[in-house]
Design a binder for this molecule. Structure first.
Ligand SMILES: Nc1nc2c(ncn2[C@@H]2O[C@H](COP(=O)(O)OP(=O)(O)OP(=O)(O)O)[C@@H](O)[C@H]2O)c(=O)[nH]1
Ligand SMILES: [Mg+2]
Length: 631
């Protein structure tokens, strides 16, 4: 578990950590010279049966609040430090506001430097502090009077911390792994080392990991926790991780070490954003603010639903970031203004990687992972959402995701992708309308080409499969021979079409082995010709031998019989011999032989053809564009 300090500059945070742990966390030369903390310091605090706390000591100076934020963001518990002689000061308030925004669950208050004040004064400070923390995560927190000079209160403080630790729920190691990096350096003989607090999940030696937002892949070479080598970095602990395959220049504070496919970095997220009541001014869509999440800090703009966000207000918003950030639904973030330099508010991430850039924001804080899932699916539309990303997208443990998916009735799954039911239904509707439109436009056609209706409905093949399967199962459409038609549809032949049909069938039978082309038929029989030919083809009375030519089935049967008997000698027949035996001109011969090659009746060789392997009753192949069709 992680304990973070908080409090105004010089109030004795580092001195108290040293008194408790024996570690001086001010390690920089400049910190020693100036007597203040500048960057984060780390030390283990052994609380005996309550376990070892990872302490993150933060700077109190107003110029280093950004460093405080990087340290405060992953803590379970806070140690709020207030010097008894000075009492509540500006960064006492600012740090407390930050802890509130970050949703820190609890902690302990230390009144330090008690050797410098008398008991009456101390009682007044206690009262001040009590009223300050009312309504914050430290409301009702134990308050311990301490002095590192006299040693007063140190044991009581340890005991209070041990109680607070035992009241905190442990983090789940079965979650997806994330460690926001707070330091990265290179160690001779070891290579690149990163440190940070494990926010969720665990990682073991030799695990494959990624650094985001860069996307660089790396391998965990070694892990240390509080200076000792360990096999796994566990959630809620400090870890130093040696990485193979990545250079120190590729990462730094703000980068995130992750494992698994769920994580991405995004330059936009949806969130529930609130401004502090004492924020200096409203935040409009063009106001630039500093966005702090984990150890990352980037410039951002807040596009709130229905206009600017006023001090004290809270709205659903789109957060547009200057650089990609790794976030998870439910993450807390802090907003600061650059001038004046101040903490102005913060929020909760609703969707860390929305699918559409113009996605409408929604309010997230009150919503459950199941409600977020419904929203995410709605926003994703026909793109759907990969189930592997759901732990991050909706902010639930992988183990919970399956039951959340099962609990919502309005989603459909295709492979590893989930779609909103409403989205699939509207695509089904679209598919059915396209079929109807085809029937209306071509009443003589047996159906619409399936491929084309699929392509006009969605470019997602898996989704198209689902739609066709559903519509067929629900008996709304039929699929046959590469065509799709309304269930029970039969081409309607009115008197005129029936006459045309009879005439064309007759004409093709008459023409026998040298039938007219489609164009010629159209000139003679009018605009219904093409549709009528398809009806005849479906009835098995004609066969499309070439794109522009149909034969009467009876004529084709005779031609094939001639070929079969003539070529039964199994030798190779030249084109001119075949023309002779079939009695057709070259114009008919070539398409005919190409057709019999396709159906397997003949086989083309270097200088002629031999009889193929097709059985006499084998399938006929249509050339009308939908592949093999059984006649
Ligand atoms: N008399 C007395 N002095 C103290 C006590 N605790 C800290 N100090 C002194 O207060 C000064 C500041 O202490 P630090 O621990 O550096 O304060 P800090 O809160 O860490 O300061 P920043 O990290 O810069 O915000 C030092 O000179 C300490 O020696 C105490 O209990 N009694
Ligand atoms: Mg300090």
């Amino acid at each position: 578990m992680i304990l973070g300090t908080a409090g105004h500059v010089d109030h004795g945070k580092t001195a108290l950590v040293k008194a408790l742990t024996g570690v001086d966390t001010d390690r920089l030369a400049e910190e020693k010279r100036r007597g203040i903390t500048i960057d984060l310091g780390f030390a283990p605090l052994d609380l005996g049966p309550a376990g070892v706390l990872g302490v993150v000591d933060v700077p109190g100076h107003e110029a280093f609040v950004r460093n405080m934020l990087a340290g405060a963001t992953g803590v379970d518990l806070v140690l709020l430090v207030i010097a008894a002689d000075e009492g509540v000061m500006p960064q006492t308030r600012e740090h407390l506001a930050i802890l509130d925004i970050l949703g820190v669950k609890g902690g302990v208050i230390a009144l330090t430097k008690c050797d410098l004040v008398d008991d009456d004064w101390l009682a007044l400070v206690r009262e001040d502090v009590r009223s300050l923390v009312g309504g914050t995560p430290l409301d009702g927190a134990p308050m311990v009077a301490t002095s590192v000079v006299s040693g007063r209160g140190l044991d009581a403080l340890r005991a209070a911390l041990a109680d607070a630790v035992q009241a905190m729920p442990a983090r789940d190691a079965a979650d997806v792994f994330r460690l926001p990096i707070d330091r990265a350096f290179s160690v001779r003989g070891t290579g690149t080392v990163v440190t940070g607090t494990v926010w969720s999940g665990r990682v073991t030696r030799e695990a494959a990991v990624r650094i985001l937002p860069s996307g660089a892949a790396a391998r965990v070479r070694n892990i240390e926790s509080h200076g000792a080598a360990v096999e796994a970095a566990l959630p809620g602990t400090r870890a130093a991780i040696a990485l193979a395959g990545v250079g120190v220049h590729e990462l730094g504070r703000g980068s995130v070490l992750v494992a698994g496919d769920a994580w991405t970095a995004s330059t936009m997220l949806l969130a529930d954003v609130a401004l502090l009541p004492d924020a200096p001014r409203a935040v409009g869509p063009r106001t630039s603010v500093r966005f702090h999440l984990g150890t990352a800090e980037v410039g951002a703009r807040i596009v709130a639903q229905g206009g600017a966000l006023a001090p004290g207000g809270r709205k659903a918003a789109r957060v547009v970031l200057d650089a990609p950030v790794v976030a998870r639904a439910g993450d807390r973030f802090v907003l600061r203004s650059a001038s004046p330099l101040a903490t102005i508010g913060g929020g909760v991430v609703a969707d860390p990687a929305p699918a559409q850039r113009r996605a409408r924001p929604w309010t997230a804080e009150a919503s459950t992972p199941a409600a977020r899932l419904a929203q995410v699916l709605q926003h994703a539309g026909p793109l759907g959402v990969a189930t592997a990303t759901l732990p991050v997208r909706v902010g639930a443990h992988p183990g919970q995701v399956a039951s959340i998916v099962a609990s919502i009735s309005d989603a459909r799954r295709v492979g590893d992708v989930l779609y909103a039911d409403a989205v699939v239904q509207s695509l089904e509707q679209r598919f059915a309308s396209l079929v109807d439109a085809h029937h209306a436009a071509f009443p003589l056609d047996p159906g619409a080409p399936l491929q084309s209706v699929r392509a006009q409905t969605t470019t997602n093949a898996g989704l198209a499969d689902l739609i066709v399967a559903t519509l067929v199962r629900e008996q709304r459409v039929d699929v046959s021979g590469g065509l799709v038609m309304r269930h029970g549809w039969t081409p309607t032949l009115d008197q005129r079409a029936q006459t045309t049909l009879d005439s064309i069938a007759h004409a093709l039978e008459e023409a026998d082995r040298e039938p007219p082309s489609v164009d010629e038929l159209e000139q003679r029989f009018g605009p219904d010709t093409v549709s009528v030919l398809k009806v005849l083809e479906r009835q098995g009375r004609v066969v499309q031998v070439a794109p522009d030519r149909y034969f009467a089935a009876s004529a084709l049967d005779r031609l094939e019989a001639v070929l079969r008997s003539a070529m039964s000698d199994r030798r190779e027949w030249s084109p001119s011999e075949l023309r002779e035996v079939l009695g057709v001109s070259r114009k008919y011969l070539i398409p005919l032989l190409e057709y019999t090659d396709r159906t397997g009746l003949t086989q083309r060789r270097a200088t002629g053809r031999v009889l193929g392997s097709r059985t006499p009753a084998g399938p006929r192949v249509s050339t009308s564009g939908e592949g093999i069709r059984l006649s």
